[in-house]
Design a protein around this ligand. Sequence first.
Ligand code: G3D
Length: 177
Amino acid sequence: MGQLLSRNSIHHPPQVLLIGLDKAGKSTLLARLLTGELMETSPTVGFNVGTLDLENNGALTIWDIGGQSSMRPNWKFYLEGSKALVFVVDSTDPARLPEAQKVLRNVLREEYLRGVPLMVLANKKDLPNSMTIREVSKHLDLVNYQDRSWEIQGCSALNGMGLQQAFLSVEKLIKKS
Ligand code: G3D
């Protein structure tokens, strides 16, 4: 506990970017996952970073770079050096899936993310009206991403279901890439 990370930490674990529309559940997820303290940044920068210790003694540095539209132009500044992208989707909100699909497509066009593995987290699976993994994949056009490895898993940032498994899979995707 109490570990404060900086971008210049000497032994830094692989950097993972956490992206998603606002309200997808990124802050909830990060708050539940992180063992270290969140590094609060100024509201103008508006992102959180922290370390995630995995059950297998591995670790990942997670950057939550915000989902509000006003923050999106800043995303690309954090892409360099990222080893994986985690895209969080609210699986109870089909109305916003087209927007999520566009945002994902655009971010994956970035040169820095060429070949970087993708994990889609279909969040809020604790709610009865959540869509199936198949439905979310279809809406996000995941089959079209043949130029990188990707996976999709359901989770609940609220009760923690599926999170450790998902990030262990992220670690595996990084090792394979
Ligand atoms: P963001 O950081 O992506 O913008 P937040 O999203 O983490 O702020 O979450 C947005 C809302 O969704 C919050 O509710 C939060 O409690 C809820 N939420 C996040 N993850 C889950 C989940 O897995 N299950 C359920 N049931 N709710 C979740 P409020 O009411 O504060 O807006």
